[in-house]
Design a protein around this ligand. Sequence first.
Ligand code: FAD
Length: 306
Amino acid sequence: QYDVLIVGAGPAGAAAAVYSARKGLKTALVAEKFGGQVTETLGIENFLSVKATQGPQLVAQLEEHVRDYDVDLITHQKAQSLRSDNGFTLDLESGAQLTAKSVVVATGARWREMNVPGEKEYRGHGVAYCPHCDGPLFKGKRVAVIGGGNSGIEAAIDLANITDHVTVLEFAEQLRADAVLIKKARSLGNITIITQAQTTEVLGDGNKVTGLTYLDRATQQVQHVELAGIFVQIGLLPNTDWLKDTLTLSPQGEVITDKHGATSMAGVFAAGDVTDTPYKQIIIAIGSGATASLGAFDYLIRHDEN
Ligand code: FAD
């Protein structure tokens, strides 16, 4: 039985593992894949103290750091369910089980994709999902934001400060963002909002994005927009399917945590993009991984009789 079982090995899980091992706790880190979303990231320029790095390089450094400690690193294993029974039992899809006195959930999230031709091909070459991360790459250029919900309109306002022009494309007849955000976006001179627009293809020159096409659902005409970047803002899906019946989740499916990273189940903590933290970033995931492990340590010293 482990003292702390960490599920998910992105930045949040990696930080939780280091903090837990440094407390002398018997620690395991189990995940489908070490690195999480960072594996898919090209340039990273907002991880403080490292001016510029690339996803795979940061992942290798995180893994090296974790391996410096006495942590059982178990990869290629997917969590299926979590049970509380005199401690906790984690059932894996492979049929194996792991038991622990406390658990840190750090299974992250994934961006909802448009699923149109060109999107995958130009991911990281003009197709982006995170305005905080990639906005500055499009300084002085024309970009589009796909999605007119709160995250889409917030992204448009953010990008309007950095880029030359932003076109917002919303599938529905109306924007779904809060009125105050829509008012702000409409007050800016370099945002064009188009509703009833179904993005149909990402266009590129073989190296990078050059534009997109969309179907004007009102007129059934196909339209073309020339631009350098496309920010897809149609939802971030937390990886919590395996926790639906176990922990209290937000309406978006995120694990609700308190200041200590504690969840609705005593002894289970959570960190990173899987939680209801409003901002999803590497530096934030790492901080919350540390918090969750310190929370688990506090829990163990109060509850562990052995
Ligand atoms: P994740 O990185 O999502 O890791 C989740 C972990 O859980 C993985 O190990 C995964 O294999 C595992 N897992 C998931 N489900 C299960 C399961 N059922 N069983 C077992 N394991 C499971 N942030 C920045 O700060 N700067 C950037 O420049 C930046 N660029 C980005 C670019 C892209 C393309 C993307 C997608 C994200 C970017 N982000 C960036 C956001 C950043 O990557 C995330 O905020 C961060 O990775 C969240 O860390 P996490 O540990 O919470 O989750």
